[in-house]
Design a protein around this ligand. Sequence first.
Ligand SMILES: Cc1cc2nc3c(=O)[nH]c(=O)nc-3n(C[C@H](O)[C@H](O)[C@H](O)COP(=O)(O)OP(=O)(O)OC[C@H]3O[C@@H](n4cnc5c(N)ncnc54)[C@H](O)[C@@H]3O)c2cc1C
Length: 462
Amino acid sequence: MTTLMTTDGVSITLDDETITAFRSALRGDLILRDHAAYESARRVWNGNVDRRPALIARCAGVADVQRAVSFGRTHSLRLSIRDGGHSAPGYGTNDGGLVIDMSTMKGIRVDPASRTVRAEGGVIWRELDHETQAFGLATTGGTVSNTGIVGLTLGGGLGWLMGKHGLTIDNLISADVVTADGQFRKASASDHPDLFWALRGGGGNFGVITSLEYRVHEVPQVLGGLVLYPLDQARDMLRFYRDFCATLPDEAEAYAALLTAPQGIPVGAMILGYNGPIPDGEKILAGARQFGKPIADLVGPMPYTARQMMLDDPNATHGLQRYWRSALTERLSDELIDLLVEGASKFSSPLSAIIFFYMHGAAVGVAPTDTAFAARRTQWDFDLIGQWVNAAESASHIAWVKSLWDRLQPHLLGTAYVNHLSSDDRPEKVRASFGQNYDRLRQVKRVYDPTNLFRLNANIAP
Ligand SMILES: Cc1cc2nc3c(=O)[nH]c(=O)nc-3n(C[C@H](O)[C@H](O)[C@H](O)COP(=O)(O)OP(=O)(O)OC[C@H]3O[C@@H](n4cnc5c(N)ncnc54)[C@H](O)[C@@H]3O)c2cc1C
């Protein structure tokens, strides 16, 4: 007998024949608690998420996904979908339910002639970039190399190429999806256009993606790197940064952070990038690099894949403890900056960070209702990231994030980038983050997932 949890939190038991029949219906592994791979398979990027699913279906292809979805629906199981495992609230795993684990579906095919790539639902950005860069191509991907392509894409997709080439969803051509009824559907501008619209910003609410097809662009060597300042210059640096962002052409990117340098000192950083001829980028970024008295200027030409890994350590490391809060903001007021620098002077952990992603250019040049991603405004995605090693110290690190967050709230919008919503965010903030598209998203949800089988996400109740 196996005890499982339903979507409504009710405990049920399934007999051994039912589990055995499910196992033999799959080409991939069905991992239960006694399986050698269980401990690693149940874990996700955020080590502070310590959950124990009853069943992990490691899907090998579309047929496995269809069978896993149907099994989950038939028994009304609590259900997670997992690609890169980077969901900060840990939606890729659960207690007592079924995990549809896509992480071994790694197929990638680049078509250099049509400048497209198709990748399966378990691919992470590092793998996609590796294949596309073999042809000198890339599409907008995340700023850390081991985030899953699917989770990131479904929420919108912010990254180094977004000013020039738009969000990741703006490069999505089609998606193969298994919806809650177990049916395989292709979603594109001409096939199930309502579903295709919803997948571009509506998160993991509508089905399990088995593959995605993207447009890719010529991306040769790029300019990238950090300019670091001691914390006592960070107030001025952030004020300069705010004004510098307004001058950026679409080819340039500027993020900013407060973090602890490897030498153990808190620093301010401008994280700069340019996607175009290197001499042009040198000129455009010169103003930022000449500002103040930096302790290090690490900006230089580099392969695109190197820039994609530049922020990996420690952010990409699986298993560290995390607590993350996030909001969008159209203004970096002096008051907000002062609060942040004061907060950084009291980091409870040297691994914690405060980060701004600037959204501009092609990323905001699409109408808010053209895709489900409503937040098409020039603005910053702001993230307060608590990161630490020792689980026993969690309470004090979470308290540091929460107390700073409470003071910042009045200076931030009551919305967030959907992929950065926290499990502590209230339903009103989740709804507000989908903005004017929320009602239409609900209509699409009613068609493709009327019982809300896919609810471990930034949920849109049908
Ligand atoms: C270190 C770090 C850096 C990040 N940087 C960026 C960034 O630069 N830009 C950005 O836009 N976002 C960024 N994010 C946020 C990231 O986009 C989200 O956390 C995203 O959900 C992660 O996707 P995943 O597949 O790795 O996560 P998972 O935990 O595997 O999945 C998260 C959710 O995505 C959905 N999902 C995943 N796979 C599938 C599938 N095959 N079918 C259907 N639904 C699926 C499900 O709803 C699932 O619950 C970052 C996150 C982290 C932790």
